[in-house]
Design a protein around this ligand. Structure first.
Ligand SMILES: *Cc1c(COP(=O)(O)O)cnc(C)c1O
Length: 399
């Protein structure tokens, strides 16, 4: 019997009823723009900001149009601009180098370890080249944040965190997004809360927040925000900070607020699925699992494993055989960027010296989404299919 998986790897859960009701309410009001408020009404956008800031324990949160926008805004608010160099992960997704390029700066790529986190030795070696690190917690893997901050502090490097895959995650109990000067989050459909498009920036720094609010397009209505730095800080920055519109609207905020209340439970549900797949794959010959450190609280909304040092043809054969049985694997070793995978060497606007140790890891990374529409039985079945197909190719390769 060859079982075939029938589920969809891109099917998320519906928006909760409470969010749908709140969205209808906003539409009936006609007041969708975040600064369009009835007398005494705080508005969904400002309430969401307050709630998100409380959730991660930050002084400030700013809701914006996307995660990529949040990252570019963080860079601008820190004064990064034309010709500056910004350290970032070689293993990440295109919006990360894209955010750096969007302010006229140049990414300097730092390698990846077998744990799929930024290589801290490579970071230390390149630390002299930039004053900002755009740290991408790619696919939810958190580096040793204590050591990372030590390296950055020692070199005077300011850290921006890309938490697109770590909303709800923490290192040693401190939430991701709270280690660096600024944390950036995405609420795009495939992330941990879904408003189609959207994002947040969080910070404790009044000046960074004041600049970010004005950058996002505040029309000087900044006192209507959920968390507001003192007036004198705005007075200092408002005349020389451009408006680069990227505001969140009440409609998206309305559907996000109930999702934020559910986030902890959703993270537990993702992790239950992750553990079923992980256990199902454990001990598969030729397959390396990414073991999660004790200090990491992760959110298993996707899972990665390595077919380390396999030749490309054999990896492609595993992907083909799994796909034929309904299991969609993404490969970071493919020569061409495709469907949410891409590699530092495909971003030709940001040339990089070759990184052989990183290339070896990238060639082996297979990646799979675990949407909450999958049941635990689905996850067990997916693991059985991968195990069987990796095993079959591994054996024919040995023969
Ligand atoms: C999705 C994503 C982003 C950006 O989010 P958008 O809201 O799509 O702009 C940033 N970094 C990573 C790693 C992502 O996956």
């Amino acid at each position: 019997m060859t079982e075939v998986f029938k589920g969809s790897f891109t099917q998320q859960e519906p928006i909760p009823d409470e969010g749908i009701a709140a969205a209808l309410e906003v539409m009936r009001s006609g007041r969708l723009h975040r600064y369009n408020l009835a007398p005494g009404e705080p508005g969904e956008a400002a309430m969401l900001e307050q709630e998100f800031a409380n959730h991660v324990g930050a002084r400030h949160a700013l809701a914006v149009t996307s995660g990529g926008y949040a990252m570019a805004t963080a860079l601008r608010a820190l004064g990064v601009g034309s010709g500056d160099r910004v350290l970032t992960n070689a293993f990440t997704l295109a919006p990360v180098p894209g955010a750096i390029a969007s302010v006229g700066a140049q990414p300097v790529f730092v390698g990846v370890t077998e744990g799929l986190t930024i290589d801290l030795d490579d970071l230390a070696a390149k630390a002299g080249q930039a004053r900002v690190l755009m740290l991408s917690h790619m696919r939810g893997h958190l580096a040793d944040m204590d050591r990372l901050m030590e390296v950055c502090d020692a070199h005077g490097i300011t850290v921006i965190e890309d938490c697109a895959h770590t909303m709800g995650a923490a290192w040693r109990g401190i939430p991701s997004g709270r280690w660096g000067k600024v944390g950036c989050f995405s609420t795009q459909t495939y992330k941990h809360m879904n408003s189609g498009e959207g994002g947040f920036l969080v910070t404790d720094d009044d000046e960074v927040m004041a600049r970010a609010v004005i950058l996002s397009g505040s029309y000087m209505l900044y006192e209507r925000h959920g968390t507001v730095p003192p007036e004198e800080v705005f007075a200092r920055v408002k005349y020389d900070t451009p408006n680069v519109s990227g505001r969140m609207d009440h409609l998206r905020a309305a559907i996000l607020r109930p999702q934020l209340r559910m986030l902890e439970d959703q993270c537990d549900r993702w992790n239950a699925r992750y553990r079923v797949v992980e256990e199902g794959l454990r001990g598969t010959p030729g397959l390396t699992l990414v073991e999660r450190p004790e200090a990491e609280r992760y959110v298993g909304s996707s899972i990665q494993f390595l077919l380390l040092d396999w030749e490309g043809g054999a990896v492609a054969e595993v992907i083909r055989r799994c796909a034929a049985r309904g299991v969609e694997l993404k490969w970071f070793g493919g020569a061409e960027p495709a469907g949410f995978t891409s590699r530092y060497d495909s971003w030709r606007y940001a040339p990089s010296a070759p990184m052989p140790a990183t290339d070896r890891i990238l060639r082996g990374i297979l990646d799979m989404r675990l949407p909450l529409t999958f049941s635990l039985d689905d996850c067990a079945q997916i693991a059985r299919i991968i195990r069987a197909e990796v095993g079959a190719v591994w054996q024919s390769r040995a023969a």
